[in-house]
Design a protein around this ligand. Sequence first.
Ligand SMILES: NC(=O)c1ccc[n+]([C@@H]2O[C@H](COP(=O)([O-])OP(=O)(O)OC[C@H]3O[C@@H](n4cnc5c(N)ncnc54)[C@H](OP(=O)(O)O)[C@@H]3O)[C@@H](O)[C@H]2O)c1
Length: 317
Amino acid sequence: MAREIFIVGCGYTGFKVAQREQKRGAHVRALVRSPGGAERLRASGIEPVPGDLDDRASLAALPVDESIIYYFVPPPAHGVDDPRLHAFLDAIGPQTRPHRLVLLSTTGVYGDCVGMWIDEERPPNPQTDRARRRLAAEQELQGWAHARGVPFAILRVAGIYGPGRLPIERLQRGSPVLREAESPWSNRVHVDDLVTACLAAADQNDSGRVYNISDGHPTTMTDYFNRVADACGLPRPLQISREQAKGTMSPEMLSYLSESRRLDNSRMRTELGVVLRYLTLADGLRACFRHPSAPPRAAGNGAGTDALPSAGRQEQN
Ligand SMILES: NC(=O)c1ccc[n+]([C@@H]2O[C@H](COP(=O)([O-])OP(=O)(O)OC[C@H]3O[C@@H](n4cnc5c(N)ncnc54)[C@H](OP(=O)(O)O)[C@@H]3O)[C@@H](O)[C@H]2O)c1
C-alpha cells in the first residue's frame, strides 16, 4: 500500500514536503482553500481536498485515515489560541485514525532567553499573543492526540530561508536594522533541511516529542541581513540604535527584536538523525543563489522573493 500523506497548508514548506514525499512514492493529498490553489496542486500530482480552516462548514469528513498528517497552517493573526487547528482536529471523524501527525510550531514559544543557548527542556514562556497562539496549538494537539491515541511530533522551527524566501525587497527598500552590538541572536534553517526534519519526524517511532529545528549556528539578525545583502549585491542596511528604532520600527518588529535566544538542535540531530545540508547561513545562501528558481542578482529580483517581510517571518524563530 502506498504511503498516504495529508498536507494541511501546502505553501512554501508544505509543497516541498509534498514533492519529497512523492519522490519516495507516497500518494499526497493536501487541503486547499481556493480553486487556483487546487489547480496548482493537481498540476503537481497532488490530490486537492477543498476546505478552509476559517470556515468549518467547508470541512467535510477529511480523508486522513491511516495517513501521515503534516500541519503547516499558521494560527490567525489575533487571539491567544488557534481556532484553525481546533477546526481541523474537530473535522477528523471519531472512527478515523491518522497514522501520525507532525505539527510545525515556532521557537517563539520560548520567549526571550537573553541570548542563552536553549534546548527543548527550556520551559515555554511566550511573551506575545503570537507566541501564545503557537503554544496553545501545541497543547491542543497534545491533548487531542493523547485522547485519540495518535502518535505525533512537534517541530519548533527557526526562521525559514531558501530560494524565493529571502528579505530582498526589504533590503531594496533600505529599511534599517539594529546596530550589530544591540541586535538579538536569531536562528535559522534552510528549507531543504526543514523538509528533511519533517520527514524524519514523520518516520520515527516515538510519540509526543518536541524538537528544535535550526541549523545550530545562530548569528545576530543584523548579520543575517548583511549577509543576504552581500549575497545578492545590495548595499548593507543602515544600522540604527534601539532608541532610534523605537521611533521608526513597527511594534511587531520591535517585539521580535526584544527576544534573543540560541537554539540547541542536538535532539534533532541525535533522535531524528537529521544530517544538515546547510550548516551555516553562508552555505545556505550560496545554495540559494545557485538554485534554478533563485532570483539572479538583485537587479533582476522579481516578485515572490521577499517571503521574509520586514523581519516578520524571520522573527518567528
Ligand atoms: N517563515 C518562517 O520563518 C517560519 C518560522 C517558524 C515557523 N513557521 C511556521 O511554519 C509553517 C510553514 O511555514 P511556511 O512559511 O511554509 O507557510 P506558508 O508558505 O505561509 O503556507 C501556509 C499555508 O497555510 C495555508 N492556510 C492559511 N490559512 C488557511 C486556512 N484558513 N485554511 C486552509 N489553509 C490555510 C495557506 O494557504 P493559501 O496558499 O491558500 O494561502 C498556505 O498554503 C507555518 O505555520 C509558519 O508560521 C514559519
